[in-house]
Design a protein around this ligand. Structure first.
Ligand code: SAM
Length: 235
């Protein structure tokens, strides 16, 4: 199936011919750059479409997407889930945060090649960005896939969300267990679990989960702690 048909079927997302072409250009850039920069083990076009693009678009099951909203993807790597969302939703502002400079160079290349006006990169660690005034508490949706266990990840994500905004962690089979371990982090950082939403992708046997958290209160000033602390000593 094509990305347009699957995005429509699974998530009700409409993609026009230009957006479909942008996904093709993105795949080409992944294959080319992966020879120099370690971006992803998944390069076969059908697998990229399902496991990277459709998986990224599944975020719509965790939050309504509205024109003008500000979204940030923490530890985006080669752009997942933020870049497919920037392609699919030109009216949403997407910030792609990544600590590794080489990956940021790749993302800048893709943004330029695809002429994406609504995406920008941020070469930073979450522990630093969480204390910068124009990033702290400025986002409607804060996303991450495959970055850290949930108790540590919440310390990266919650400081960036507006009160009333959402954090969405894309998880595998450990979603429930990681959520159970995050009660303390949620309480300290000002978050509340909304739901754990299962996502089934075509021809992918294992279920994926979106752990959806609402920011209910301002995160206390000391958080996030200094780089490395959230993973070394999770709350
Ligand atoms: N989210 C992408 C995906 O699912 O394909 C990349 C996942 S990769 C396993 C994790 C990425 O998070 C790496 O590119 C790493 O550099 C970045 N990362 C890890 N800790 C980070 C932090 N504290 N702040 C910013 N980026 C971080």
């Amino acid at each position: 199936m094509s990305i347009a048909a699957e995005a429509a079927d699974l998530f009700g997302i409409t993609l026009d011919a230009r957006q479909v072409a942008q996904f093709d250009q993105y795949t080409q850039a992944l294959v080319e750059w992966n020879e120099r920069v370690n971006l992803t083990a998944i390069l076969e076009p059908d697998a990229v479409r399902v496991r990277h693009y459709l998986d990224s678009l599944s975020i719509v099951k965790g939050t309504p997407i509205k024109a003008g909203m500000r979204l940030i993807d923490v530890g985006t790597g080669a752009g997942f889930p933020g870049l497919p969302l920037a392609i699919a939703f030109p009216e949403v502002h997407v910030t792609l945060m990544e600590a590794t400079g080489k990956k940021v160079a790749f993302l800048d290349h893709v943004i330029q090649t695809l002429s994406l006006q609504n995406a920008r990169t941020l070469n930073a660690r979450a522990e630093e960005a969480g204390h910068i005034s124009h990033h702290r508490a400025r986002y409607d949706a804060v996303l991450a896939r495959a970055v850290a266990r949930l108790p540590a990840l919440l310390e990266y994500l919650l400081p960036l969300a507006k009160v009333g905004g959402r954090c969405i962690a894309m998880k595998g089979t450990t979603a429930e267990e990681e959520t159970a371990d995050s009660k303390n982090a949620l309480q300290i950082l000002g978050g509340r679990l909304v739901k754990i939403e299962a996502v089934q992708l075509p021809d992918v046997p294992e279920a994926h989960y979106l752990v959806v958290v609402e920011k209910t209160e301002a995160t206390p000033a000391p958080y996030p702690r200094k780089p490395g602390m959230p993973t070394k000593k999770p709350l």
